[in-house]
Design a protein around this ligand. Structure first.
Ligand SMILES: O=C(O)CCC(=O)C(=O)O
Ligand SMILES: [Fe+2]
Length: 285
């Protein structure tokens, strides 16, 4: 574990974060979430997490292993917390996403907002690249299709399972290659920080070797608007939930169609129109 990630504070601005992202594929930003938002979000997530099961309902062993046996995962965060919407629309993270993703598409949308709450005794997760979700897009020399941030909702310590990362692995010319131990580091950071990382950097959840500490992480990622996101946004956050949210949040959650700047592509339409806000569909079939 000799590798390191660069660390900045939100007040350093997105420029230095982008530079570090290009070199290392991941970067830690302190004070990313304002304390009041963090406290509210943590309270909202606690309310939901207490009754939530560990592990997955899937019987596929590879899904079970990726998910974790003592890890709680759930999404639909916009429906579960207004504070999440503030994080989703945070101008700092979005300005980084604009620079990384907009050159490859007219718009991007939320890939997923997912709680990853790692319980005591959890093993480390297999190292992977998040762009594996879109197989042919994940290759050496390719371009970024997705940008993620792992927000520390509780303190990320090495013992509680801070995310493991291989800095620079997005630039490797062999994506089959395994990382050596000295190419790895962990995103150790206080609550309220975030580790922003590209879809092509190798990473995975750390082991939780504590006996009584739950690691609260919130993964929030964006993906190009012409790719299918991991989370089915509008199914998990129906119109009743999003109707009073800012238009930006509605768009990120899949409540607008995707179009390129010159409108020569329009995806995710209804009756070949933009997604009808309010779903005032006339049944004239
Ligand atoms: O929980 C973590 O630290 C990372 C998890 C992760 O990378 C994933 O599930 O895709
Ligand atoms: Fe991941």
């Amino acid at each position: 574990m000799n590798a390191t990630l660069q660390q900045f504070s939100r007040s350093d601005g997105p420029g230095s974060v982008l530079d570090a992202l290009e070199v290392d594929g991941g970067v830690i930003v302190h004070d990313l979430v304002p304390p009041a938002t963090l406290a509210q979000f943590r309270e909202d997530m606690n309310r939901h997490a207490s009754g939530h099961r560990v592990g997955t309902a899937a019987d596929d062993p590879s899904i079970q292993s990726f998910w974790g046996a003592t890890t709680k995962r759930f999404t639909r965060l916009a429906a579960r917390s207004r504070a999440f919407v503030d994080i989703l629309t945070d101008p700092f993270y979005l300005s980084v996403a604009d620079k990384v993703l907009l050159p490859r598409g007219g718009a991007y949308w939320m890939n997923t907002g997912q709680m990853m709450i790692i319980g005591p005794g959890e093993k480390s997760q297999i190292l992977h690249r998040d762009a594996d979700n879109w197989p042919t897009m994940n290759r050496p020399g390719g371009f970024e299709v997705t940008l993620s941030c792992m927000f520390a909702i509780s303190d990320f310590t090495a013992e509680a399972g801070a995310t493991r990362v291989a800095p620079g692995s997005h630039r490797w010319d062999d994506y089959q290659r395994r990382a050596t131990p000295d190419e790895m580091t962990q995103a150790v950071m206080p609550a309220g920080s975030g580790m922003i990382y590209t879809g092509r950097v190798l990473h995975g959840a750390g082991a939780n070797t504590t006996t009584d500490e739950w690691r609260y992480g919130m993964h929030l990622s964006y993906v190009l608007g012409w790719l299918t996101p991991e989370e089915a946004g509008p199914l998990g956050t129906p119109w009743e939930v999003v109707k009073d949210l800012p238009e930006l949040a509605q768009r990120l959650l899949g409540w607008r169609c995707y179009s390129t700047q010159n409108n020569n592509a329009r995806l995710w339409t209804v009756d070949y129109e933009d997604v009808p806000v309010g779903l005032e569909l006339v049944d004239d079939s």
